[in-house]
Design a binder for this molecule. Structure first.
Ligand code: NIG
Ligand code: FE
Length: 413
């Protein structure tokens, strides 16, 4: 480790405990009675406070953490927070016995949100996304991925991605927009999935890449989404345009989307309840991350558990995210996801925290800059009024966040 000279330090946290998350999901990488210094938006030094080098107290802004815990800023690596309307009516239909698939096949589901999103102006979409992002930000989220996928034509997909980029002007959060044109079949392409994929590959992806609106492409590979061949065509087009890929796969059935994604070196495969051991091994060999989405599992009352033990056995990193969206996970709480990953999937609290820090960063291709408290990484730091890190997974509904720092600047105090 090279430490930058103390003369460069701008800010110094003292009297803090650090959950560095530098040990993957094995432990919190805890440093008790620690300190952490920042220079030029990056972490410049961290360690035991008793080892703190001499610094110029006139030049360095000192923050006394009073025994609180610091973690990396939280990362929500899978969300759909930009959309028009809402789907409480479908929630009621499901309570009367209809399934998510039945509702989708009857013209509800994603395509009903598509109609509302197309009807919404850019201003409307921005206004409705802001409180969702604000809720996550207030819970310590410093980086979020936001997908398109409710426009499903060129103009409306680009509109969604512009809104995702506009949110950057309203929040200090790092926003990673992802293009999810292959989310569902729009009604004008009913029975012509291949024709729609032509549009995605030949028009949408080139424009998204050229305008720099997203750097990653996602596909919903599923029996109510797109088949393997269509998914592969999208992957090829994304790669041709220099875009990274990820996939919604094995959520409702095992089509083999994760194996295909591994072949194309995808960043992650997300949902994965129906993932096979073969899929797990393919993901491991391709250095992919499994993104586990407890909110969708809970809200859809799914009973097929993701293969957590197989993912552990083959050491596939597991991220956790909200999947915040109007249909399958209308949940804007990262803290609830930590709790649900433990209660529903038997994550350890350290695995859960890794899922929204170091492995969330990995799922976004940001592991070299974010997700850990380590020298040289971005100074995105959450400060919590807790007595041990497991408290973050143990309870929800009371917000223990007391301060948030993004890029070395305090944004919540
Ligand atoms: O991640 N799986 C596909 N897409 C979303 C659901 C979107 C919706 O129902 O509106 C998901 O669960
Ligand atoms: Fe999703």
């Amino acid at each position: 480790m090279t430490f930058s000279p103390t003369t460069h330090w701008q800010t110094l946290w003292i009297n803090v405990h650090l959950a560095t998350m530098t040990d993957g999901s094995n432990s919190y990488g805890a440093i008790e009675n620690g300190a952490l210094a920042i220079a030029d938006d990056k972490i410049a030094w961290l360690g035991k406070q008793s080892d703190l080098p001499t610094y110029d107290s006139e030049k360095v802004q000192v923050i006394d953490g009073q025994g609180q815990w610091l973690t990396p800023g939280l990362i929500d690596c899978h969300s759909h927070i930009i959309y028009g309307g809402q789907r409480a009516n479908e929630f009621e239909m499901r309570l009367q016995g209809k399934s998510y698939q039945e509702i989708a096949q009857a013209g509800g589901g994603i395509v009903s949100t598509v109609a509302a999103t197309r009807a919404a102006s850019e201003q409307d979409l921005l206004a409705s996304a802001k409180p969702r992002l604000n809720a996550l930000y207030r819970q310590g989220v410093t980086t979020i991925e936001i997908k398109s996928g409710y426009g499903l034509d060129c103009a409306n997909e680009l509109k969604m991605l512009r809104v995702a980029n506009e949110l950057k002007a309203h929040f200090p959060v790092t926003i990673k927009p992802t293009f999810l044109g292959a989310h569902a079949l729009p009604t004008e392409f009913k029975d012509d999935g291949d024709g729609y994929i032509d549009l995605v590959c030949q028009q949408m992806i080139p424009q998204v890449a050229e305008l720099g609106l997203a750097d990653t492409v996602d596909v919903f590979c599923e029996n109510i989404g797109f088949n393997l061949e269509q998914t592969e065509r999208v992957f090829v087009a994304a790669k041709e345009h220099g875009l990274a890929i990820k996939v919604h796969a094995e959520q409702l059935s095992d089509l083999g989307g994760s194996v295909l994604a591994a072949k194309y070196q995808a960043l992650s495969s997300d949902h994965v309840e129906y993932l096979s051991e073969q899929g797990v091994i393919a993901m491991k060999n391709a250095n992919m991350t499994a993104v586990i989405l407890p909110g969708a599992f809970y809200f859809l009352r799914e009973t097929q558990l993701p293969p957590i033990d197989l993912l552990r056995k083959h050491q596939v990193p597991m991220a956790i995210a909200t999947d915040a969206n109007p249909g399958s996970s209308p949940i804007h709480s990262i803290q609830l996801m930590l709790n649900m990953a433990c209660t529903l999937f038997r994550f350890t609290p350290a695995e859960a925290l890794a899922g929204v820090t170091c492995f969330g960063a990995k799922a976004l291709g940001l592991a070299s800059n974010k997700g850990q408290l380590a020298v040289g990484l971005d100074a995105d730091i959450a400060c919590w009024q807790i007595s041990q890190p497991a408290e973050l997974s143990y309870q929800f509904g009371v917000n223990p966040l007391t301060k948030l720092m993004i890029g070395g600047k305090i944004t919540i105090n």
